[in-house]
Write a protein that binds this ligand. Structure first.
Ligand code: C2E
Ligand code: CA
Ligand code: CA
Length: 705
């Protein structure tokens, strides 16, 4: 029966952790620490129990020996008492030995459900139970001895032991209760079962029992709470440490992430997303970084690249294709960058290249490098169904390798690129300070040009073209003159391109036609056979209804269409507006109006297309005429041969000397024009063709060998 009771207690005790754990799970108070804390408390309580184990045994042995002395003094010692005391000493020795071992094992144990913990709990209980049975035996012997001195002594000793157990066995709630209850219940039972039952004493012991159980429970809970508190504190400290570590870790990764993100943002902020080249900010930052690395005596060649007619690609092939082309060009530029060079996408279709080169050769190398870039960029870019070739206008400037100077130089190179674009595209212009002055003047001209006609600042001049064989006047070229009160006389060579740029040429052109025809009728009369040559800009030619517009003025002055010549430049061979241009030229030609190609040899020499155009004459540019030497005469001879091949006439302009006239006549040029024959004058009557030298040898026709 006793072993059954002990087993029950063991089961109870062993199941404590899980019970406590389930209780804990129902208690939100311990939730943050949960099962872990309860398990830790259990194992700490067990350890505590073992810490008081030895003193418990010593008290047991001391009390046992003391009682034995009392038995001896009262002469009540017998073999049963001897056996019980002997058993007490043996079991105490065994318990002490096993207790030390268990205490040692438990010092490293953290799981109350482990074999070690369960074994230790079990052995503790066995020990307590065996001690209780022994004391039960001793109590029985003492209380049935009939010696009241021994009886009271024993009750006092047992009560003292029960009282001591409230502290010593406080860690083990159930085990302590069992120990205290067993000792005092046996005492009560023995008191009541005495031949003369000591009822009052039994009641006193029962009251004492209750008090002791209460004291034990309080002690247990105090101990439990203090352990719990201690563990919670250390858990809190651990938690804080973990949190601190996590925070440090978090801070570290945050720092890393911030670093990573910062460099990512820096890349984004300094690069163009489409081409992956630097953007404006990036290229300046590059200069800042390279500043110290670029060797002394080096400067930066700043190349501003403005793609030609990129808008056409965008409009004609779509923006996606345009973007692909830009990305491809960006890649080509980047891959052509040597050391100490960088490229940036400045804006839409504009790029900037920087190249560190020896200061004294900066311009030469810059120009050479630009030519290389041109070759690379102009290579056809293939798309799925077609390929395009993109050219560019470039400006070159020289800069010190310093961010502020570079920013300034980029502006200068941009200016030069703008200038080259305006005057014909596809070239490279070196920036000079004059360019700024020039551009400022252009701006003023553009502003004043708009008021030139209403202010009647423009008028016309007429310059004769003569037949080369007899110097008879064939026609008059109409040349525009502009006298501005502030700017003075402005050359048409200067203001016509600006008028074309700002679109003002259309109004001016109308003024020229109207005034020229009016002057013609007034000064030469409708019956005159002399023709009138008008300079027509491409911009005028492509205005819808241009042929009708000309016809309208001829009708207005009732002049025949055959009296009119239109001089157009080689820009008509420009691929753009080809259909419109050919259409309008055909219309004019079919009306009987002659078309002459002006400034022949200076521009787009698309001779292969000459036969597509209804051209009547090629007007050889004065630059070839005025510097006639072997090479230039070869160009003139070539032009004459081409003209003859196509069955058209030739005109030589800018003839200033008799020698030039002689040579041109000898080459076979049809018409001559120049100061030699007459300067541009305001009235036809003022024209007096110089014909003093009008005697050609009969065999003057010069043939090139
Ligand atoms: P262009 O059509 O080549 O005109 C010939 C230019 O050469 C004229 O200059 C004329 O004055 C000049 N010239 C004529 N003979 C000689 C000579 O023997 N020696 C020299 N050194 N020069 C000579 P200008 O009048 O200054 O005109 C310049 C340009 O302006 C013209 O070149 C033409 O392209 C343009 N232009 C003039 N008037 C008009 C116009 O009404 N409409 C348009 N669209 N352009 C015009
Ligand atoms: Ca002309
Ligand atoms: Ca010309």
């Amino acid at each position: 029966m006793a072993s059954g009771l002990v087993q029950g207690l063991i089961d109870l005790s062993v199941s404590i952790p899980s019970q406590d754990a389930s209780r804990a799970s129902q208690q939100p108070r311990s939730k943050p620490y949960g099962d872990g804390l309860n398990r830790a408390v259990e194992i700490r309580l067990l350890t505590h129990a073992y810490q008081g184990h030895t003193s418990n045994i010593i008290v047991n042995v001391a009390c046992g020996l003391g009682l034995y002395v009392q038995f001896y003094l009262t002469g009540e010692v017998n073999s049963a008492v001897n056996a019980l005391i002997f058993f007490l000493l043996v079991q105490s020795t065994i318990r002490a030995f096993l207790g030390r071992r268990d205490a040692h094992r438990l010092s490293t144990e953290s799981d109350p459900g482990s074999q070690i913990a369960i074994g230790a709990t079990r052995r503790y209980l066995y020990g307590v139970a065996v001690a209780c049975m022994t004391w039960g035996g001793l109590l029985h012997m003492a209380l049935h001895s009939g010696n009241s001195e021994l009886m009271y002594f024993t009750i006092i000793v047992v009560s003292a032991m029960a009282s001591g157990a409230t502290g010593v066995i406080a860690p083990m709630l159930k085990c302590g209760r069992f120990y205290i209850s067993s000792l005092l219940m046996i005492t009560i039972a023995e008191l009541l079962l005495m031949p003369q039952p000591e009822t009052v004493l039994a009641i006193l012991v029962a009251v004492f029992w209750g008090i002791m159980l209460g004291a034990h429970a309080r002690n247990h809970h105090m101990l439990r709470n203090s352990i719990e508190l201690e563990l919670k504190n250390s858990a809190l400290v651990d938690d804080l440490r973990v949190q601190q570590d996590a925070l440090t870790e978090f801070n570290l990764t945050l720092e890393d992430r911030v670093k990573r993100r910062t460099s990512e943002l820096k890349r984004l902020a300094e690069h163009d997303s489409l081409t992956q080249l630097f953007n404006r900010r990036g290229i300046i930052h590059w200069v800042e970084e390279q500043q110290r690395k670029i060797p002394d005596g080096y400067a930066l060649a700043v190349i501003f690249i403005d793609l030609d007619r990129f808008k056409q690609i965008n409009d004609g092939m779509g923006h996606a294709t345009g973007d692909c082309a830009l990305a491809e060009i960006g890649e080509r530029l980047a891959s052509s960058a040597p050391e100490f060079a960088a490229f940036c996408r400045w804006g839409g279709d504009e790029f900037v290249g920087l190249l560190a080169v020896p200061e004294d050769r900066c311009v030469d190398i810059g120009l050479e490098f630009t030519a290389q870039l041109r070759a690379i960029v102009e290579k056809p870019i293939s798309f799925s169904n077609r390929s395009v070739s993109v050219g560019f206008s470039a400006g070159l400037a020289v800069s010190k390798p310093h961010p502020v100077a570079v920013s300034e130089a980029i502006r200068s190179a941009d200016l030069a690129a703008g200038e080259i674009k305006r005057t014909g595209r596809g070239g490279t212009l070196l920036y000079t300070p004059d360019l700024v002055a020039e551009q400022e003047r252009n701006l003023i001209i553009a502003q004043r040009l708009k008021h030139a006609l209403p202010a009647k600042e423009m008028h016309l001049a007429f310059q004769p073209l003569v037949h080369s064989h007899d110097f008879s006047v064939h026609s008059y070229e109409v040349l525009l003159r502009w006298d501005n009160p502030i700017l003075g006389r402005v050359s048409p060579e200067e203001f016509i391109p600006i008028a074309e740029d700002i679109g003002e040429i259309v109004h001016i052109g109308e003024f020229v036609v109207d005034t020229a025809l009016a002057t013609y009728v007034e000064e030469l009369g409708r019956a005159s056979h002399i023709r009138l040559a008008l300079n027509i800009s491409l911009r005028q030619l492509v205005v819808p209804g241009f042929a009708q517009f000309i016809l309208g003025y001829l009708e207005k002055y009732r002049l025949p269409t055959r009296m009119l010549i239109l001089e157009v430049t080689e820009t008509i061979f420009d691929a753009r507006n080809q259909d419109t241009i050919i259409g309008v030229l055909n219309d004019l030609h079919s009306l009987g109006i002659e078309i002459h190609i002006d400034d022949f040899g200076t521009g787009y020499s698309s001779l292969s297309r000459l036969h597509e155009m209804p051209i009547s004459a090629l007007k050889i540019d004065k630059s070839f005429v005025q510097q006639i030497d072997d090479q230039r005469s070869a160009i003139i001879e070539g032009s004459v041969m081409i003209a003859e091949r196509f069955g058209v006439h030739t005109v030589a302009e800018g003839v200033e000397t008799i020698e030039q006239a002689r040579l041109l006549h000898a080459i076979g040029v049809t018409y001559l024009q120049g100061y030699l024959f007459g300067k541009p004058v305001e009235h036809f009557a003022e024209v007096s063709v110089n014909s003093d030298f009008l005697i050609w040898p009969e065999t003057a026709r010069y043939k090139a060998s």
